[in-house]
Design a protein around this ligand. Structure first.
Ligand SMILES: [Zn+2]
Length: 238
């Protein structure tokens, strides 16, 4: 069995390991960064190629308005011509020319409308595909953010518990042993390692010299030659 002192130090070490692990997990918390990037990419696609359907629809509305304006003009000219309002041959000729121009514009618009209709199914399919994924990703992001918040709260609770337990554990450790442990911890993050059943260091895997293991068995403080952590011997339980 390890000495009481070393056992107390091991208890402190376990608390410190917990704190390290909590910190590492907190640092690795992901509020959906990759999903967020994908959303930005999809939104960009909607402004580009995948936004064609939207642009075509807007153009269609503009053309329809222009067509209505042309129709109104044509109707007015028609009334003027056949309502007996315009009788001057020159004026009649001018109006007929205007009718020609308006009808040409109208035909041009009709042609463009057909082009848009032809193009629309493919453009809409692409827009729908991107919008559908966007909806899914937004839901994914909300879920990821919610999970991250929950995990953060759990980690904060665990951190508080470990921190609260630490002073009592520190109290039990011999001060000079504690100083040694803290010095190792500052340099190597963790201050202790176990001696495994195969007489290796549990932290760095070094095969420990028989002499080192013997010292540890005698309940004396000995460190790993490679990683410099204080070795803990528990009759090879691990
Ligand atoms: Zn080691």
């Amino acid at each position: 069995m390890a000495s009481v002192e070393l056992r107390h130090l091991w208890q402190l070490h376990e608390i410190d390991q917990q704190i390290l692990e909590i910190r590492a997990r907190a640092a690795a918390l992901d509020p959906g960064k990759a999903i967020h990037n994908r959303i930005l990419q999809l939104q960009k696609e909607l402004e580009g190629e995948a936004g064609e359907a939207k642009r075509l629809n807007a153009e269609l509305k503009d053309i329809e308005l222009a067509q209505k304006a042309i129709d109104a003009k044509l109707k007015k000219i028609d009334n003027d011509l056949y309502g007996g309002k315009v009788v001057n041959p020159r004026e009649v000729e001018n109006l007929q020319k205007e009718i020609e121009i308006l009808k040409k514009q109208r035909a041009g618009h009709d042609e463009r409308i057909l082009e848009i209709w032809e193009r629309m199914p493919e453009a809409e399919a692409l827009a729908n595909k991107v919008n559908d994924e966007l909806t899914l990703r937004k839901a994914d992001l909300a879920a990821a953010q919610k999970a991250a918040v929950e995990q953060k709260q759990e980690l904060e609770t665990a951190f508080k518990q470990a921190n609260a337990a630490r002073p009592a554990a520190v109290q039990k450790v011999n001060p000079s042993l504690l100083a040694k442990y803290d010095a190792i911890r500052q340099k190597h993050q963790t201050g202790m390692a176990k001696i495994t059943k195969k007489h290796t260091c549990s932290a760095c895997g070094l095969s420990l010299a028989t002499k080192v293991v013997e010292i540890a068995k005698e309940d004396k403080v000995v460190t790993c030659e490679q990683c410099h952590r204080i070795l803990y011997y528990t009759e090879g339980l691990i």
